[in-house]
Design a protein around this ligand. Structure first.
Ligand code: SAM
Length: 277
């Protein structure tokens, strides 16, 4: 995809528009265009493909996505960033649509006109985790999104891809793995951000996979919430408030003295299937 104009360096864009990073909005900006290009390459060939970017800020990742040929819809809630993003709209005519708003309050599928789309985002931790859980919790599967490429604190990224019997394995791991493939695609040093956050970051990439039959997503969500809500306790204690759960363990021959973190993703799905009935 050809570069329409030589874009000014991101630091200059930020200075010209007075975009001091807001702590309240979790703003840590990325300036290294090579790094941004590598992140934009994680979802694969984006040429002509619709991409939903959440939290474009001054547009560093946005320009990398546009350079990769994507058709970008970007949701940003900080209106101070809109003039900088408008410059990108001009530089890539018809390829960028900026929506001012809170991504937690907007219907993403409707915004993308029901077409399949890739999601790419560098978000504050709390918003990212909330959206991630929602994207993975829908009862309809496969979802309209074709992949999620998301920046997280490295510790959260490790929880998402963790295997059983590790300290990082928990609810997020099961949610991300029972009907998706999740991988840690890239580590990003804290010094790459301005201002640098306290911790290291990592980009994860998730693609939907076939769903095990007969399992309700809501049931799996309730089961993992109960099981990991008291992760140090034995299952017979942690899931006893969930009707039918103890009987399901017996039926499947799963020892109720085990703790949640020892159960495989497949075992969680099997218990949820019995509970789904
Ligand atoms: N993408 C830019 C980059 O990589 O340099 C900015 C990343 S900064 C960590 C997160 C951005 O998300 C900020 O621009 C912030 O204003 C925006 N943001 C935070 N919460 C949001 C929400 N609920 N909906 C939409 N944007 C949000």
């Amino acid at each position: 995809m050809s570069e329409p104009l030589l874009l000014p360096p991101l630091r200059e864009v930020i200075a010209r528009h007075g975009l001091s990073a807001s702590k309240a909005l979790g703003q840590n900006f990325l300036f290294d265009e090579q790094l941004l290009g590598r992140i934009a390459a994680i979802p694969g060939d984006l040429s002509g493909r619709p991409v939903l970017e959440i939290g474009p800020g001054p547009g560093g990742l946005t320009r990398a996505l546009l350079r990769a040929g994507a058709l970008v819809t970007a949701i940003e809630m900080d209106r101070r960033c809109l003039p900088a993003l408008a410059e990108l709209e001009t530089a890539f005519p018809g390829r960028l649509r900026v929506i001012e708003g809170d991504a937690l309050k907007l219907g993403h599928d409707a915004l993308m006109h029901g077409e399949p789309y890739a999601v790419v985002a560098n978000l504050p931790y709390n918003v990212g985790t909330e959206l991630f859980t929602r994207w993975l919790s829908g009862e309809d599967w496969p979802p309209r999104w074709t992949s999620l490429t998301l920046m997280f604190q490295e510790e959260v990224a490790r929880r998402i891809v963790a295997a059983p019997d590790t300290g990082a394995y928990g609810r997020l791991s099961v949610l991300a793995q029972w009907r998706s493939r999740a991988r840690l695609a890239m580590k990003v040093h804290r010094s790459a951000f301005a201002p640098p956050p306290k911790v290291m970051s990592a980009v994860i990439h998730v693609e939907p996979a076939p769903m095990p039959e007969g399992v309700s997503a809501v049931m799996l969500s309730r089961l993992t919430e109960a099981a990991f809500g008291q992760r140090r306790k034995m299952l017979r204690q942690s899931v006893k408030g969930l009707p039918g759960a103890i009987e399901a363990l017996e039926k499947l021959g799963i020892d109720s003295q085990r703790r949640a973190e020892t159960l495989s993703v497949e075992e969680f799905a099997a218990i949820a299937r019995v509970l789904t009935g």
